[in-house]
Design a binder for this molecule. Sequence first.
Ligand SMILES: [Zn+2]
Length: 276
Amino acid sequence: MDCSICSSMPFILRPPRNTICVACYEGARNAITLMNKLEIDHHSKSTHNTTPTASSSPNSCKPQPLGNLSKWITNMKEIEEDLHKKISFLGGLIVAFRNQIHTDIQLQPGNNGPIIPAHRALLAARSEIFRNMLDSDGCKAPPSDTITLPELNTEELESLLEFLYSGNLGFDKLEKHVYSLFVAADKYDIPYLQDFCERYMLSSLNATNVLEILEISDVCSNKTLKETALNFIVRNMEDIVFSAKYEVFAPKNPHLGMQITRAFLMDAKTKRINGV
Ligand SMILES: [Zn+2]
């Protein structure tokens, strides 16, 4: 194809035609659509946050020509670099945790493992529940210097703290502890950790882990995760229901077994009505 954009033939040797191939055409259209969508989103956010003025009418949000793409990407790159610097600045807190600088509270894991020193202010800032536990008003006895987290073992507690201090967790630790961290995020009211675990579970959902994910989504009343897991089971009913894991799962979670049966029957009914 003699495409004037992606052809490897030098410009000077090409016949003087300005045709472009389907891939370049689609790419250009998609880039323009994306730029306009993000521009409109950005615009509606900034007008929601400020008092409306004459210049902030919807008409001032003009469609972006493709010529602006490189300027736009450069701008995004600058924002990204700035965010990286900000993250690394805020991540300095984890150094205070790792080196135990001015720690003032001790956390006890549930497996009677070693106590982990941490910072009251950080725990209170990250979780409303920790804040209440650490608050001392006139009526209550002063809070003790140790908090026990009976549901987490040493490794799980370390991962939770790493996330609370740095807002991030390595893939290996996340993969290993995602279920207990998700339950802890629910119990201690840490929405960002809930989102972080939810995204991981949605992206890693497969026939091996779907029953665990269904169980955990039910415990934590997470609708998105539960519906996604149920749909996955319905689409892979035979593999899952005849697996050894299901034999353990079903007697332990009779209400979920019932929900799987209902979801499967509703799906079969819909398919029948639609003639699929
Ligand atoms: Zn092309």
